[in-house]
Design a protein around this ligand. Sequence first.
Ligand code: HEM
Length: 385
Amino acid sequence: MDSLLLLFVSLAFSLVVLIVKRRSKATLSDPQNELKNVKKAEAADFRYPTVQPLVDFDFDKTQPPPYRPFKWGPVYFISITMAIRPMEFTEWIELDNQFRSYHRIRSHRVATKGTDAVRTLPARDGVPSGALAAKELVHELSEYLSRRYPHVYRVERKPAQKDDFGWYNEGEIKTIEIIPIGVTYDLERDDPMTISGLLIQDDLALMLEGKDGRYYFQAGSVCTPGFWRIKDKIGLPLDEIHTRGNVPQYESKLQNSLAKFFQKMRVDKPVTRNNYFFQIVRDQSDERRVDSIDPDELAWSETTNGDEDAWDHSNQRADPTPPATKPENVRFRTERQSLRRLPRSGAIVFTVRTYLEPIVKLAQEPGVPGRMAAAIRSWPPDVAL
Ligand code: HEM
């Protein structure tokens, strides 16, 4: 009897050891899962920081910030880097006195381009749908904007319910009005990705993690990209978005750090970055400028890139870009980008606000022409192309 008991105890012990070993092996051999669990725990602990209201914000007078993202020095552009810096949550979205014009251009793109401006993809093998993230995003934006710019946005809420999309248990937002332009969006009725792109001046991309650990572009509102089209990029993982666009030095300098950054990005650590390039626009005397809602070609840079519908993504442009005939026809095009992980869907939201300014204006700013010239001189040949 004793030996039978001993046998039973030792069998049970072996079984326990086996299960524990299996478990720890499963966790150890699956870092992807481990990371997902850490991210889930972080998201559950996330408490929305207080958004500081900009009570003095003037919708018609606030100038866009003069982003000049080049430093002094001949070897500044030694290599491409992620060039990201931490962002205060309260500074997520910036508005300025160009809102009316951007809203007109963006609404026109939505009306005329349809899914070539706004798209949300369903789930497919190993990649989640963009729909939940899109819904979360429109609520995140509405919550944030109505607190940050209380004189610009007005919201109506529903009674609070468990697990709704409302912040601080105040109830979920039902409608949001952009007061100065008299437009109201219904968050229950209207397409979330479309509303998100019309609430702000920025383009938006939602990146969702696939089973392979890569981040896929599953939903977006891309109304003012100028140099790329949503139809060439939607559904692609982050690396292919960049490699298919021949972003210089991407594979050698950016790909690995970017993939790691996306995997590890935390809900409470948003970041921002700026870039810049140049664009040629139509001459002031060109009759196509007259009555145009987008005379400087913010939505699509036709003078630089040629016809949007005939544009060849792989070759970028069949004809060489025509040289600018006058400095007055050159624009400095700079973007303020931000990245945030959304707590519920785990999606990463990428915002891109584009600013277009005459290069002749920058030429008059103290110190700027010298810094810009030094930066351009230090471009390696593949960047200068
Ligand atoms: C920290 C994150 C990111 C970094 C460091 C980065 C870096 C870059 C760089 C260096 C370029 C070349 C032009 C420039 O200087 O901006 C570029 C282009 C581009 N990026 Fe990113 N990127 C990031 C995130 C994203 C995300 C999330 C998307 C999602 C849609 C995206 C879409 C694009 C597109 C469409 C282009 C233009 C490519 C083309 O011309 O075909 N990027 N990016």
